[in-house]
Design a protein around this ligand. Structure first.
Ligand code: ADP
Length: 380
């Protein structure tokens, strides 16, 4: 394992306990691109010892006997009186894909920053690979790969150069990097773009390159902040496939998302977060089973009629046997009927004279879980 010292700008709202000149220098490294990063530190580095790059320099070897990749207890982050993360408990097992699902402002990124050892906590405890990020920041960061929300690739370099430069910054040997870059490009399905400049890549390709680059130091844990936000469906599926392969190889994935389909596709287990608190925890199917019905009937009755009809529908469906009816949810544009057998619920409503303009029967999703738990939709 090698020791990355890059502090990504999206994660570095503060830096934990800088202890020496080198760390103070790195404290100021909020790179937009690697090149800018290197420019900004060039003069400082001339006066400083080389960065700690060898495994020896980040002395704490990973303890492979520890089954837990991350363990948080009563983890809290306050900004003044405001609790962005409000006493959460969770654990991530080695090799699993773990999700933090919640709307914007829920506290997902703040939690990630505390895991990534670039934000301090106000109280509580957290261990990453058995280490306290606040005490062993460099050692923890050495074990992580970080995919920030915004790609911060160097647009002027080629695809391959981006990986090599990134690795060089970590002090990885050039010979190692030449082979590693080819391996990672193949993994990211970007071999044919090796000599292309980054600016010519599509959004999905840039994302894959960012992931490839983050793997250069063979991290144990990959932190992904909104990995596919902004990508088209095909690009998302390719990315999911790559992440799935990483998981198969044993890499622990921790991702934030406000896309329920992403959470369902990728996560073995997840926590649903809102206002800095955990609303529920489990596998996608457990969460759906525990907090929703098997099926959902979506209906539109036309402008302004949805709310007015909800009470009548609840009365009719509540009196019917065998539907497993649970409740009706009123959204601005439609009604959601939660029932184990939504097809039969629709038939029942038709027989009762209800004539929706459109209707759709579907399986329950994590979106329904979130709606149930918070009374709000996940997507703003
Ligand atoms: P999410 O990633 O779920 O969208 P964040 O963790 O980014 O949410 O933010 C959680 C809450 O903390 C938000 O209300 C945000 O405005 C607030 N917050 C985040 N960073 C800071 C900061 N540096 N100073 C003050 N408030 C912050």
């Amino acid at each position: 394992m090698f020791s990355p010292w890059i502090i990504l700008p999206e994660y570095a709202d503060e830096f934990i306990a800088p202890e020496d000149d080198l760390k103070r220098c790195q404290c100021d490294l909020y790179p937009i691109t690697l090149r800018e990063h290197l420019w900004s530190v060039d003069s400082a580095l001339r006066k400083l010892p080389l960065m700690p790059l060898s495994p020896e320099s980040t002395s704490l070897a990973p303890d492979l006997s520890i089954d837990s990749a991350i363990q948080a207890r009563e983890l809290t982050k306050r900004y003044g009186n405001f609790a962005a993360v409000d006493g959460i408990d969770f654990h991530v097992t080695r090799g699993e894909a773990f999700g933090l699902l919640g709307p914007n402002g829920a506290g997902k990124s703040t939690t990630m920053r505390m895991i990534a050892a670039v934000a301090s906590r106000t109280s509580g405890t957290i261990e990453v690979a058995g280490l306290d990020p606040q005490v062993h920041g460099p050692e923890v960061r050495a074990r992580l790969g970080v995919i920030p929300q915004q790609d911060n690739l160097d647009e002027e370099l080629t695809v391959r150069e981006n990986i090599i430069m990134y690795g060089r910054y970590f002090g990885l040997p050039r010979r190692y990097l030449l082979d590693k870059a080819d391996e990672l490009l193949e993994f990211a399905q970007l071999t044919h773009k090796a000599k292309a400049r980054v600016e010519s890549l599509s959004g999905g390709m840039k994302r894959r390159l960012t992931i490839a680059r983050s793997l250069v130091n063979e991290p144990e844990i990959l932190l992904l902040d909104e990995p596919t936000t902004g990508l088209d469906p095909q690009a998302r599926h390719i990315l999911w496939d790559r992440l799935f392969r990483l998981k198969e190889r044993g890499t622990t994935l921790v991702l934030t998302t406000h896309h329920m389909d992403e959470a369902e596709q990728l996560c073995d287990r997840l926590i649903v977060i809102d206002h800095g608190r955990i609303m529920a925890e489990g596998s996608p199917s457990e969460l759906i089973r525990d907090h929703s019905t098997r099926e959902v009937l979506e209906m539109r009755f036309g402008m302004d009629r949805n709310a007015e009809l909800a009470t009548a529908l609840e009365r009719d469906l509540g009196a019917a046997a065998g539907l497993g009816f649970q409740r009706v949810e009123v959204l601005p544009d439609r009604l959601l009927v939660y029932a184990e057998d939504a097809e039969s619920a629709l038939k029942h409503l038709h027989l009762g004279g209800h004539k929706p303009v459109t209707s759709l029967v579907r399986r329950s999703s994590l979106e329904d879980v979130f709606l149930r738990l918070t009374g709000r939709s996940l997507v703003d």
